[in-house]
Ligand binder design. Sequence first.
Ligand code: MET
Ligand SMILES: [Zn+2]
Length: 786
Amino acid sequence: MSVHEGVPAFPAATILGYPRIGPRRELKRAVESFWAGRSTAPELSAVAGDLRERTRTNLAGLGLGTDDASIPSDFTFYDQVLSVAAHLGAIPERFAHLRGPDGALDLAGLFTVARGEGDRAPLEMTKWFDSNYHYLVPEIGPDTEFRLVETPSVEAFATALADGVVTRPVIVGPVTFLLLAKPSESAPEGFSPLSRLDDLLVAYAEWLRAFAEAGATWVQLDEPALVSDTWAEPSAQVSAAVGRAYQALSVDLARPDRPALFVATPYGPLGERFADLAATGVEAIGLDLVRGEAPAIDDAVRTALAGRTVVAGVVDGHNIWRTDLDAATASVAALRAALGGDVDVAVSTSTSLFHVPHTTSDEPDLPQRLLSWLAFADEKVGEVLALAAGPDAAGEAFARSREVAADRAGAPGVVVPEVRSRAAGLTEADFHRSAYDARVAAQDAVLDLPPLPTTTIGSFPQTSELRVARASLRKGEITAEQYAEAMRAEIAHVIELQEKLGLDVLVHGEPERNDMVQYFAENLDGFAVTQNGWVQSYGSRCTRPSILWGDVSRPAPITVDWSRHAASLTSHPVKGMLTGPVTILAWSFVRDDQPLADTANQVALALRDEIADLEAAGIGVVQVDEPALRELLPLRRAAQSAYLDWSVASFRLATAGAADATQIHTHLCYSEFGEVIGAIDGLDADVTSIEAARSKMEILPDINSSGFARGIGPGVYDIHSPRVPSTAEITDLLTAALASVGERKLWVNPDCGLKTRGYPETVASLENLVAATRSVRERLGAPVQG
Ligand code: MET
Ligand SMILES: [Zn+2]
């Protein structure tokens, strides 16, 4: 008798997770109203409960089974990683006072850990794998207690069950939780959170028992960390951790004390970790077949998996295009053949659907033809069901999928011959500027900047007046000319302010931009923007990615009028401001019918033309922002150099048409530059500004030792909080920076744009930034300008 007998069948079709924020961002609104004191915790819980109920009713209505654990239960008020920490009491010491007698946090406490309070810094926030979602980084030390202290996930399951729906709870798995964690403040040097695995497993076992007692048949443990090989821990150690973790949870903890376990591994090819998981007793293993090939399957794996299920993630959970159902069917069939007849194969999305909006039926303004090519979360549910049913039973869905593929390939705008021939005619020379020394000489001759030049990153505060003006334009309450007039007045105000502050290189302030990517998407051909296509970025924050569906070109100059207007108001240099190709791709839903590198070069050529037009308008400094350069870095080392090659090349293509005398800046934020320092150098920008204030310039020695020879502006003002840095503090940061990069290269600027800040703190901070710079210049014996 197989050990897997008596295990409930895994559903033939499922999704790994569903958007949590609500079709109209209901959760965002409810959470923010709780923060503002306009509602109580029970009221917030009630909204969340309603939303969960709506979600499962919707998913059941779309055809997922209500009695077979098809419907995921993956709700969290803020973040799924924080949620594990809160369930298990793994909260940093500085928040210990927020815990009740049982060790649990209440809702207010949970949000305090996420957002900080006074001097108590929140958990650090960082990007979730190669997505634009941000999770909270757990802090784990030798003494962090792991114990099941609260069970909202179990209660949510029980409520659904009482309502007649057997859901499948989804939690982040123990190996991923520890690999994503960082050592607590009090941990000794060299401490690895993964060393706490055995203790953590005791708490996970308690959690699984609680699910079993509540009646759960299947639980999903998300282990995306297994698709990456960039961890500090050696591969053999990760492999051993997988073995220990799932031995403990699937064999040592025997059924029926636990539900059947489904370990999902989204965001990339599982590779050698598949055999590690197969060697444990977990009942189902999920593979992301969109992002990578199926793992190698030998006889040992086939035998080990007999009687169990492999879940083929063939519907892209991370992008919005309709699935080619024939191709997906073929990849499921290939997997089935490789696994042999004793292993069940089910179908799912490749990742949770929380990276995509709710439904295409909520986009009345998108062209019908484009809309017919798209599948948001609800439409993807239909796709997994059609794949499970097969081409005979779901003939209509398959026919439609074929129609979409043909229609997309032939639709006007998808392939634009002029765009193609221009890209085809590119030569190596199009990617290179003159030598840096020649550029410096040409730029020095026209720019006349003092040592340690001061500048900002681009945006000034987005006031409510600006947002109101944009909304009024949209509603037709003001004319385009009235709107432009309001923007010009704002630009004049921002220029005047910068002159008064004594900054050296000025910006126009970006008042006309709703978002640094969407603004360009709205002004380039090949893009569309949605009305309700919100996806969670972190906590209650959502973004609305644009859709890059066709060949990209620039019908007319985009930023030139604004920059020219700004420059006309001052004798200081004004910096033009563009968003780089990689960031435009990273923060949009990008066509999946050609390599990203080709798409990036099309965007780059449009930006190249924009730079030429800015130069013609007299703009001698242009910044091309690439904050997302690090974000798309592949999770497997072997794939990284190819990515860095094309991403760096697209930036160079965008900027290399600039004259020697034109100073090209770039800006990167979201830290973790370590792994991409070589690429930053490869961008060959004349000046690079990076986020550095919060990390106290930690990155500078690395940059310097990498041989980086051009201008560098490490941020000296952390713009993520309203706090005003003192002159003394900025002076200290500059002194530290001078010690590692030297006077000739150093620029002075904030960490990032100022659009989320208010004016009072912005003005005070920039005053201090200029004062600190002047005092450092004096110490250097340079003439004080400005
Ligand atoms: C996330 S990077 C932002 C750069 C942009 N130029 C700004 O200042 O807002
Ligand atoms: Zn930034």
